[in-house]
Design a protein around this ligand. Structure first.
Ligand code: NDP
Length: 255
């Protein structure tokens, strides 16, 4: 178990107040990490931090902020470092989707998605870098998507941001390898969360179409991300950097 033990570690999870982010935060907390949960909604964020400390007996902090704003990013990282004195693990998970074909998408919508899903990961990684360097190492995990691999005519900004996440992951991994900071990505398949509930309302046949396409035969729940999250946050992955791991029930393995 010591390979996966995070009890001396401090982790930040953006978008950790629900969906996949809360699944990640629960996994890290169950391995013993102190967790800072970042989100825009104060009630949801406070409730998630309370839940983590009650359920897993770890120190948990709610940090309210918008990761798409550069000024908020610096404040968020400042709050976490003041509370815990260190930041060992960063999950860039916060994300949104705007489902519009390219010819109907406005510049503002494009920028909103790119800034939330991609630019925030760059800014947050840059902001935590001094703490990881000072500590002699760290772990950054970026959340991509199946659209890191496939295109999406119905969501061009989203797919572009998620493709960019993989290249950002590789670039940070190379830049910071000498600092013993491992940077990897997880590419989730179809998870049942608020994000996809919205898609399922817009496309009623989506649920069954996806089940038919997944070799493991079911949608994922947020708990399905926890094992891979703990692996990539722990000493168990110390020789792994610059990769993108699908957690998709076999979706990308199938034709
Ligand atoms: P949810 O909509 O359930 O959760 C999104 C989270 O991100 C919320 O906690 C939200 O909190 C937070 N968030 C969004 N924008 C911001 C912002 N500007 N600043 C701070 N926090 C923000 O989505 P999922 O859990 O489904 O998605 C999580 C990640 O996984 C995303 O990156 C998504 O693209 C990716 N993903 C999801 C898949 C799925 O099937 N669900 C598949 C592949 C990838 P708040 O509203 O409080 O800000």
């Amino acid at each position: 178990m010591t390979l996966f033990d995070l009890s001396d570690r401090v982790a930040m999870v953006t978008g950790g107040n629900g969906g996949i982010g809360l699944g990640i935060a629960r996994g890290l907390a169950s391995a013993g990490a102190s967790v800072a949960v970042v989100g825009r909604n104060p009630e949801k964020t406070t409730a998630a931090a309370q839940f983590l400390s009650d359920a897993h007996q770890v120190a948990a902090q709610a940090v309210v902020g918008d990761v798409a704003r550069a000024a908020d990013v610096d404040r968020i990282v400042g709050e976490v470092s003041r509370r815990f004195g260190r930041i060992d693990i960063l999950f860039n998970n916060a994300g949104i989707n705007i489902r519009r074909p390219p010819h109907e998408m406005t510049l503002e919508q494009w920028q909103q998605v790119i800034e939330t899903n991609l630019t925030s990961a760059f800014l947050l990684s840059k902001a935590v870098y001094p703490f990881m360097k000072k500590a002699g190492g760290g772990k950054i995990v970026n959340i991509g998507s199946m659209t890191s691999i496939f295109g999406a005519g119905f969501a061009p900004a989203y797919a572009t941001s998620k493709g960019g996440i993989v290249q950002l992951t590789k670039s940070l991994a190379l830049a910071w390898a000498n600092d013993n900071i491992q940077v990897n990505a997880i590419l989730p398949g179809w998870f049942d969360t608020e994000l996809t509930q919205q898609a399922r309302q817009e496309v009623p046949e989506l649920y069954n179409r996806v089940v038919a396409r997944i070799p493991l035969g079911r949608w994922a729940t947020p708990d399905d991300i926890a094992g891979t999250a703990v692996w990539l946050a722990s000493r168990a992955s110390d020789y792994v950097t610059g990769i993108a791991v699908p957690v998709d029930g076999g979706y990308t393995a199938a034709l």
